[in-house]
Design a binder for this molecule. Structure first.
Ligand code: C5P
Length: 235
């Protein structure tokens, strides 16, 4: 897996996905989320793979361990590069996900990296305490889930840039911190609350950034991607 910025392909269907991908002549690292996967199914993953792009399949699985294990086995056969589950599903569920991924990976292929969502970046501390009845601060809960994820043997977490450094301090530099909520300085924040620039994310401890609308809705998508790459690669 390389560390190119991951482009979130939040499009309604295959036509729009390939219209976008056809603007590029290089191989990209893209994210297929629930919206696209629910519309197009596993075929969209196969078709994007055939074009040589790397894929983060962002389905955030959360179910009983046996079900997650079987689902992961199936996803492993698609040859994706990065997949995820919810850490709230528990250590046993995360271990089962990893087993499924290992069992489903074709012989001779490398297993996808597996990461967990800690607290969604759309969840506020107040919501977490009132609705989930978690009597901790948000960062304490995120760090707890990150440690649980590490104990289960996973490769890292999805988190906000603002939590990335603390997670690296607790779980180690090799434990991936994959961060959405990336914007260019002066660009629209859209519905994201806590945003960071690509260079800010690098400085604050992200290992991989996920960028959607800052690229997909730009007038010149290639130029926007290039600018994100340059800022991200600057140390
Ligand atoms: O357009 P934007 O850059 O905000 O897209 C971010 C992508 O990352 C979206 O696909 C969104 O669903 C995803 N994401 C997120 N926050 C999380 C997990 C995933 O924004 N905690």
């Amino acid at each position: 897996m390389n560390n190119k910025p991951i482009i979130a392909l939040d499009f309604p269907g295959e036509k729009e996905v390939f219209q976008f991908l056809n603007e590029f002549d290089e191989q990209l690292f893209v994210k297929v989320g629930m919206e696209l996967y629910m519309q197009e199914g596993p075929d969209i993953v196969r078709k994007i793979k055939e074009e040589g792009h790397e894929i983060f399949l962002d389905l955030k699985l959360h179910d009983i361990p046996n079900t997650v294990k079987s689902a992961m086995k199936g996803l492993a056969r698609l040859g994706v590069d990065l997949v995820n589950v919810h850490a709230a599903g528990g250590k046993q569920m995360m271990e089962a996900a990893l087993e499924g991924l290992e069992e489903g990976t074709p012989v001779g292929k490398s297993r996808a990296a597996l990461i967990a969502v800690t607290q969604l970046t759309s969840t506020t501390e107040e919501q977490m305490q009132r609705e989930q009845r978690i009597d901790l601060s948000l960062i304490e809960s995120v760090l707890h889930y990150a440690q649980l994820t590490k104990q289960a043997g996973l490769n890292g977490v999805v988190c906000s840039v603002h939590e990335a450094r603390a997670i690296a301090d607790v779980c180690g530099e090799d434990f991936l911190r994959v961060t959405p909520g990336i914007r260019m300085s002066g660009g629209a924040a859209h519905d994201q609350k806590r945003v960071a620039t690509p260079d800010g994310a690098r400085r604050d401890g992200s290992s991989l950034i996920v960028v959607g609308r800052a690229i997909t809705e730009a007038a010149d998508k290639r130029a926007a991607y290039k600018e994100v790459c340059e800022l991200w690669e600057e140390k």
